[in-house]
Write a protein that binds this ligand. Structure first.
Ligand SMILES: *[C@@H]1O[C@H](CO)[C@@H](O)[C@H](O)[C@H]1NC(C)=O
Ligand SMILES: *[C@@H]1O[C@H](CO)[C@@H](O)[C@H](O)[C@H]1NC(C)=O
Ligand SMILES: *[C@@H]1O[C@H](CO)[C@@H](O)[C@H](O)[C@H]1NC(C)=O
Length: 423
């Protein structure tokens, strides 16, 4: 009898707790409506598992953390790392290029350090960098001059562009860029897994220094890539396991469609494969037996609201203490709770890179099944090898290609590659 009473009392308390958390106006402030994501493509045919990415080399092991994106210029690879720096690799060492954040003690102070994500050169050798906390910048890598293009503090159509993520620059200098959320910063990126989509694809005009929204309410928009003749721009919508296309020219100008969906995981950045198609790394794998967490709960908005508020409630005491007694331990805790890095181990161990053709059909897939690569956000082909970036890894992955590719550097705005292509 006493036992049943005990159980009933606990159930009663849990219910009250659930109701209070979902009904009270608690942070984080986001919208919650039901949505669904269509079932993943099966892992067969061009998606059949293979081990082509096994035995990856680890470059700069433990010297680098989170080389998320790459850009190549004058035969040198540039990347952005934890601590907020943009660096280039010269003679096997890392050389400082730029930093937009403030001095900080370590990666757990990411919001102070800054976190460069997207990098892209234009045809004049200006490096565009998207820093998740500080906005989008243009850096002249020759003179070191830095110009701010987008500020995360200035709302666009009433919403702040938080988690500025990826960029691509057209020939005329127009920049297409994504920010992944309007509700949370990268530090609390996990929160965005629970809310409705609040990210956007935008178009920045260098003549007016303003941005126009092309697509909104997106589920974590990420990699942005212009097609070769700039007739459309692709944007991966990470949490929807799909890539959207926005037309810039022709009859469909201004309209959008789905380039590909049902991807077996969460797509991150996009790059050209050098053959008219695209590379798509899946930063987290998912399949019928291992669905992504946000796909499992997408149809239950009240549960999503409860879970994310619970997470925020767990973080709150640490933030409170941090405000009055800033110290190492609460900094580590507030960094850890809600950061993507804390959940990178969920999901199947497979790492997958897809190759799509010019129309979005899956041509080929490469997999790593031995764990030598994980959480890959970007792949580039450079000097007969593939280089793999990641938001978390403490190395740059590399796999040598058997045959050197015809064009060794596939960055269309790069001086050297255009020169090479003339031969
Ligand atoms: C890189 O190393 C080579 C050979 O050791 C040297 O000739 C070259 O000057 C170095 N380049 C830089 C930028 O340090
Ligand atoms: C996406 O990939 C391109 C290269 O195709 C790179 O320039 C850009 O920095 C990457 N962006 C992100 C956010 O990874
Ligand atoms: C462009 O606009 C941003 C606001 O989004 C501002 O911070 C920046 O200073 C402006 N840049 C120039 C060159 O005017």
């Amino acid at each position: 009898m006493g036992f049943i009473k005990f159980i009933c009392a606990r159930i009663f308390e849990a219910t009250i707790c659930f109701i209070l958390i979902t009904v009270l106006p608690l942070p984080p402030y986001m919208e919650f409506t039901a949505y669904s994501v269509p079932p993943y493509m099966p892992l067969e045919g061009t998606l059949e598992l293979n081990d082509r990415l096994n035995n990856a080399e680890h470059l700069f092991a433990d010297l680098i953390k989170g080389p998320e994106a790459f850009a190549v210029y004058n035969g040198e690879i540039y990347t952005g790392i934890h601590g907020g720096e943009v660096v280039k690799i010269v003679n096997n060492s890392l050389v400082h290029v730029a930093k937009f954040g403030k001095p900080c003690d370590g990666f757990w102070e990411e919001s102070i350090c800054g976190r460069p994500l997207g990098l892209r050169f234009d045809k004049h050798g200006n490096l565009y960098v998207s820093d998740a906390y500080y906005g989008v910048f243009k850096v002249n890598v020759g003179t070191g001059l830095v110009t701010k293009l987008v500020s995360p503090d200035i709302p666009i159509n009433g919403k702040k562009p938080l988690i500025t993520n990826s960029i691509d620059v057209a020939h005329d200098g127009t920049m297409y860029w994504s920010h992944s959320s309007s509700d949370a910063t990268l530090q609390d990126g996990v929160y965005t897994l629970f809310g409705d989509g609040s990210g956007r694809l935008l178009k920045y005009s260098p003549t007016t220094n303003t941005s126009e929204v092309l697509l909104d309410k997106m589920l974590f928009p990420n990699g942005v890539l212009l097609s070769d003749n700039e007739d459309f721009v692709l944007v991966s919508e990470t949490y929807a396991s799909r890539i959207r296309r926005y037309y810039l020219k022709g009859e469909k100008k201004g309209s959008t469609d789905i380039f590909v969906d049902k991807l077996p995981g969460l797509p991150d950045n996009l790059s050209h494969d050098g053959k008219g198609g695209y590379f798509v790394p899946l930063v987290m794998a998912a399949d019928k037996d291992h669905p992504a967490i946000n796909h499992i709960i997408s149809g239950y908005p009240i549960l999503r609201k409860f879970l994310v508020r619970l997470l925020a409630l767990v973080e709150m005491p640490f933030q409170f203490i941090e405000r009055f007694y800033p110290n190492y331990y609460t900094k580590r805790a507030t960094h850890w709770i809600g950061h993507f890095e804390s959940v990178q181990f969920v999901g199947p161990k497979r790492t997958t890179i897809l190759r799509l053709d010019k129309d979005g059909k899956v041509l080929d897939s490469m997999h790593c099944l031995d764990g030598t690569l994980s959480s890959i956000s970007e792949v580039i082909e450079f000097e007969d090898a593939l280089y793999f970036g990641s938001p978390f890894n403490s190395y740059i992955g590399r796999i040598k290609l058997e045959k050197p590719p015809r064009i060794s550097i596939r960055v269309k705005t790069n001086k050297e590659s255009t020169a090479e292509m003339k031969y």
